[in-house]
Design a protein around this ligand. Structure first.
Ligand code: DGL
Length: 198
């Protein structure tokens, strides 16, 4: 059966681009027999530089398309889309379980030794109410640097994950992380693991 054929047992994964492929790979490892359909809205990527209302509507459009595969589960493999409206998507499709991803502030708060955490995320995620609440809930006894990273997603979509250009961007982004001796970094966007090595 090809990926485009409809199936009642499909798991659908959505991201604005290639970021959710890291989640696809993990799912495939854990559940190798599952049929998975992956949708990347690359036409509208990056979501992280758009207003939350727009992100919510674009995501709704993509999820509506994915429902034509009759998925038993939808994974919103995008922090930006999740924080913009996970409850809204769940209300729109009450018959399908929808799982999202959010920056792992809770895990970072448990892991840090010196209580200094940096959260790297898209501009939209970094200023979201959801992120603010995550920080209040799980990081209120820690020092947290909430760092918006414009441009990174666009570079990654173009396959730029190493080299001078991206190194220069990362040096700027990581300055407060180094200056403030953060011992834990949250990669709050599913695209960012592609930059881990760099
Ligand atoms: N992978 C998305 C995330 O986790 C990237 C969002 C974007 O398109 O800017 O936030």
């Amino acid at each position: 059966m090809t990926k485009m054929e409809k199936s009642h047992s499909t798991i659908a994964i959505f991201d604005s681009g290639v970021g959710g492929l890291s989640i696809y790979a993990e799912l495939k490892k854990l559940l190798p027999r599952e049929k998975i359909v992956y949708l990347a809205d690359q036409k509208n990527c990056p979501y992280g530089e758009k207003a939350q209302d727009e992100v919510r509507l674009l995501t709704l459009k993509s999820l509506t398309f994915l429902t034509s595969f009759k998925p038993k589960l939808i994974v919103v493999a995008c922090n930006t889309a999740t924080v913009a409206g996970i409850d809204f998507y769940r209300k729109k499709f009450p018959q399908i379980p929808i799982v999202g991803v959010v920056p792992v502030v809770k895990t970072a708060a448990e892991m840090t030794k010196n209580g200094r955490i940096a959260i790297l995320s898209t501009p939209s995620t970094s200023k979201s109410k959801y992120q603010k609440e995550l920080i209040e809930k799980h990081g209120n006894t820690k020092m947290i640097w909430n760092i918006a990273c414009p441009n990174l997603v666009s570079h990654i979509e173009r396959g730029i994950v190493s080299g001078k250009k991206i190194e220069e961007e990362l040096i700027q982004i990581l300055k407060p992380v180094i200056n403030n001796r953060c011992d834990t970094i949250v990669l709050g966007c599913t695209h960012y693991p592609f930059l881990k090595k760099t």
